[in-house]
Write a protein that binds this ligand. Structure first.
Ligand SMILES: CC(C)(COP(=O)(O)OP(=O)(O)OC[C@H]1O[C@@H](n2cnc3c(N)ncnc32)[C@H](O)[C@@H]1OP(=O)(O)O)[C@@H](O)C(=O)NCCC(=O)NCCS
Length: 148
């Protein structure tokens, strides 16, 4: 029942809906574009759990040549609290280990501090690091600055 598999391009709408419901979408992140890049790229994937035709959990994974990263960890609101978030992270870790990543990292938005307890249960610790970022597309950077 907890078989996470790599999703394919035509599941972009289902993923976007799951991420929207989970509060993970921002104006400067097009979820369908994010999904497509991760699914098509050779060093990334979106792992998903489908039950009765419905996508109920996900984790985007990718290796950058140094670390493994996880994004868009989400469980459908009606399915939370039953171990699926843990299963999603275990699937992500297994995928990244197989891809050769020696370490897994992820980012938590400051506005989502409530989820830190979830990651702590799974053994994740604050890396005492500040994440800096800048969109290389000036329009997206402007959107991030005004829409934050
Ligand atoms: C975070 C999320 C994926 C957790 O999914 P879930 O299916 O409810 O989590 P699980 O049932 O697998 O919980 C795993 C463990 O974490 C604990 N846990 C879950 N959410 C927690 C929270 N907010 N605070 C503290 N502990 C939490 C559970 O009690 C459980 O502990 P146990 O294994 O010792 O019993 C889900 O709440 C979600 O989709 N949230 C919205 C999207 C989001 O914020 N994603 C993370 C972006 S960085």
């Amino acid at each position: 029942m907890t078989a996470f598999v790599p999703l394919v391009l035509d599941q972009a709408d289902a993923a976007a809906a799951l991420w929207e419901e989970a509060g993970l979408v921002r104006p400067w992140n097009d979820p369908r574009g994010d999904f497509a890049r991760a699914v098509v790229g050779p060093t990334s994937a979106v792992l998903g759990l489908v039950e009765d035709g419905e996508l109920i959990a996900s984790a985007m994974v990718g290796v950058d040549g140094h670390r493994g990263w996880v994004y868009y960890v989400a469980v459908a609101a009606s399915r939370r609290g039953r171990g699926l978030g843990r299963a999603a992270m275990e699937a992500a870790e297994a995928w990244l280990l197989a891809a050769g990543a020696p370490k897994v990292q992820l980012m938590v938005r400051g506005s989502n501090a409530a989820v830190l307890g979830f990651y702590a249960r799974l053994g994740y610790a604050d890396q005492d690091t500040v994440v800096l970022g800048k969109f290389l597309d000036p329009e997206l950077e402007a959107l991030r600055r005004t829409g934050a």
